[in-house]
Design a binder for this molecule. Structure first.
Ligand code: SAM
Ligand code: SF4
Length: 323
């Protein structure tokens, strides 16, 4: 399906929960307790109704995220239903990885082969300082998914003074396991104290540092469906992706996605407050025609670019929107 600017939009990110077992500095405020009441979270049947409509109008790629998607009860069965749905060509998950040692096998059996796993540090103390969590099960989960033959990408959000010194070890780790690493610029998507200029580390600076001791060969083939630019480090052999949402003025020209929040709001852009409430077409009963109408209206209003460079003030925490 094309949006009014002619961009092909065929990628839907589904947030299946706003809950999380971690509290990353850039994602969730320190004392956040604003979880949505469970009855406001879309049920499996409601999520699948949205998938049905999206697939019907040409969406082919679906990423399940959150909050932490592996906290959702019945997530493995949901992923199996999603992967088997007619018209769904690709099913992926973004996770903090902590529950992969427990659920990874089942997810692969459910048909999920593609995982983005967040890893902001390898050093346990540094990982804990950023996420409030434990890195050991995450590392086990990454190894396990790779051993199960999955495509794995590591997501590292760059923060000056917090994890610059982790970049080298993350690259070594990724190289040894033959997985891709993506460096992501900090975005004002959440109501977090962390989002200040002094914490911002531009992707370009990391790239220039890497270029001092290696050659970055651009990879033209798309390695994912998102906006990352990929390069192979010639000496290290590792593939790195850069997600420069803030510093790349052309970032949105390639945007192909929409987002569904855990409570049923369809968002045409992460960096904009625009959202359409799908609940009137989902409750008390699902109305597929009305749902399709709301979907098409939202797509027709997809903005040309995000507002992150215009003093954007996020209205909700990232876990409620879905990263
Ligand atoms: N809990 C899962 C995880 O951490 O992978 C999935 C949800 S999380 C919101 C999705 C992705 O968004 C993660 O890779 C996370 O690092 C990224 N993210 C969250 N807040 C961000 C921010 N302020 N700027 C850039 N990326 C952010
Ligand atoms: Fe949780 Fe993921 Fe947000 Fe971290 S980035 S607080 S793991 S949802």
């Amino acid at each position: 399906m094309n949006d009014p600017l002619g961009r092909t939009v065929d990628y839907l990110r589904l947030s299946v929960t706003d809950r999380c077992n971690e509290r990353c500095l850039y994602c969730m405020p320190e004392h956040y307790r604003g979880w949505l009441p469970q009855k406001e979270i879309l049920s499996d049947a409601e999520l699948m109704a949205v998938v049905r409509v999206a697939a019907g109008i040409g969406f082919k790629r679906f990423r399940v995220t959150g909050g932490e998607p592996l906290l959702r009860p019945g997530i493995v069965e949901f992923m199996a239903d999603l992967a088997a749905f007619p018209g769904v060509e690709s099913v992926q998950m973004t996770t903090n990885g902590m529950f992969l040692p427990r659920l990874g096998d089942g997810l692969v059996r459910a048909g999920v082969r593609n995982f983005n796993i967040s890893l902001d540090a390898l050093d346990p103390a540094r990982y804990r300082a950023i996420t409030h969590g434990d890195v050991a099960p995450v590392i086990d989960g990454i190894r396990q998914m790779k051993a199960l033959g999955c495509k794995v990408k590591l997501n590292t959000v760059l923060m000056r003074g917090k994890n610059e010194d982790q970049i080298e070890s993350i690259l070594d780790f990724a190289g040894a396991l033959d997985v891709v690493v993506r460096f992501i610029e900090l975005m004002p998507v959440s109501m977090s104290e962390m989002l200040s200029e002094e914490n911002f580390l531009p992707v370009g600076e990391v790239r220039r540092n890497l270029e001092r001791e290696d050659i970055l060969d651009p990879i033209e083939d798309a390695l994912g469906f998102g906006p990352a630019r990929y390069y192979r480090l010639r000496r290290r052999g590792v593939i790195v992706g850069f997600i420069s949402a803030i510093t790349d003025l052309h970032f949105c020209e390639r945007c192909n996605k929409m987002r569904l929040t855990a409570d049923g709001k369809l968002r045409p852009c992460l960096g904009n407050h625009l959202e359409t409430d799908l609940l009137p077409a989902l409750r008390p009963d699902v109305d597929l025609d009305a749902l399709e109408e709301l979907f098409l209206q939202t797509l027709a209003g997809k903005p040309a670019e995000h507002l992150f460079r215009s003093n954007y003030q996020p209205g909700r925490v990232m876990t409620a929107i879905g990263g």
